[in-house]
Design a protein around this ligand. Structure first.
Ligand code: GAL
Length: 351
């Protein structure tokens, strides 16, 4: 084969994806396909990594911890160079990550921090505390809390207790809402505010729906008005909307309360358009995937791995160097510009 042709081939590989990438295996472990966003996260990363010449092992674990550990063990034995992991239970991976480290594999925590181990190298996510702050500020503005005398009735939900993000979302939102609860402008008729009480395991819609049913039966039967519900993400919000509908909300006499969310799942954007949900945090999964692909590339080419936060995320063993992307919110006023004009969704996806 003529020398110039081989040189051209190598140059092409360098342009498209570094020679260091060609044929190298990257393991991508996602928690589940039953929550919409992880499908997008996984396919975005696979597409972007393969475009650079990497081979990709993409696995979903059906929200089952043992399955995820098994999948990671396979990725280690099959020679993956880097593992990108969105953990189900952030504290259940210490032993398999030790194996990964013994094989000199680099580990990047994706969206959710991996806890209680020295064997995680980097973390890429959205600013999780800011997610909560934006949800709190949305409620503050929607109910004009700065001017309101109250009492306005609020009920609180939190995410899965095995997900480190859930505490950041909750702390962010409560950093805005707690002062109003302290002043009596906001009141929690159920009295349920402790994270362990309001947390919903595995982010399950049905569990959130059942809890909302119980809260309404126990605290709102006498016509007390529910003004707002803090929901940390969309899978919970869709369960809460179902409960509200079943309990007669959505009429002039009983309007839907202000309701927050996260992930801009299609079903929830439709609920926003229908006035059943107020907002959802938009975390463009293409942006996070790109950030992680850049981190993988830096690792594989021996360059400095891009991070922008080396203080916040302590996994109890070490502070993990992180890259935080910026979250924003979508509501009925801006969802078209944010989700359709950017090609995240087609207009038909939201009809
Ligand atoms: C969190 C993630 C959220 C939401 C939730 C449920 O870790 O940051 O965006 O998707 O899990 O999957």
């Amino acid at each position: 084969m003529r020398k110039s042709f081989v040189v051209a081939l190598v140059l092409l590989a360098v342009v498209l994806g570094g020679a260091w990438a060609q044929g190298k295996m990257i393991g991508v472990a996602m928690p589940t396909q039953s929550l919409q966003r992880w499908n997008q996260d996984g396919s975005n990363m696979k597409t972007q990594l393969e475009a650079k010449g990497y081979k990709v092992q993409l696995q979903y674990a059906n929200n089952d911890v043992n399955t995820q550990v098994q999948q990671l063990e396979n990725m280690v034995t099959q020679g993956c160079k880097v593992l990108v992991i969105a953990s189900i239970d952030g504290s259940a991976l210490s032993s398999v990550l030790k194996e990964a480290k013994d094989h000199k594999i680099t580990v990047i925590a994706y969206d959710r921090l991996i806890m209680n181990t020295p064997d995680v190298d980097y973390y890429a996510t959205f600013d999780n505390f800011k997610v909560g702050v934006i949800q709190g500020q949305y409620i503050e503005k929607a109910l004009n809390l700065k001017m309101a005398k109250g009492p306005l009735n609020i009920e609180l939900f939190a995410g899965s207790p095995d997900d480190n993000n859930a505490t950041f979302f909750n702390k962010g939102a409560m950093s805005i809402l707690q002062p109003y609860i302290d002043k009596g402008v906001l009141v929690v008729p159920s009295g349920q505010t402790a994270f362990t009480t309001i947390a919903i395991p595995a982010w399950t819609s049905a569990t959130a729906q059942a809890r909302m049913d119980n809260l309404i039966t126990a605290n709102y039967a006498n016509g007390k008005k529910l003004d707002v519900v803090l929901s940390p993400n969309d899978s919970l919000a869709i369960g809460i909307v179902a409960s509200l509908k079943n309990n007669g909300y959505g009429t002039a006499a009983k309007p839907f309360p202000v309701l927050t969310g996260q992930d801009c799942d299609k079903a929830n954007v439709k609920a926003i358009i229908a006035g059943q949900q107020s907002m959802s945090i938009f975390k463009d999964t293409r942006t996070l995937a790109k950030q992680v692909v850049d981190m993988v590339d830096a690792v594989m080419s021996g360059k400095t791995v891009p991070t922008n936060d080396t203080k916040t995320y302590n996994n109890t063993v070490k502070v993990v160097p992180s890259f935080l992307c910026d979250p924003v919110f979508a509501d009925v006023n801006n969802y078209k510009a944010l989700l359709i004009d950017t090609g995240y969704y087609k207009a038909s996806d939201l009809q």
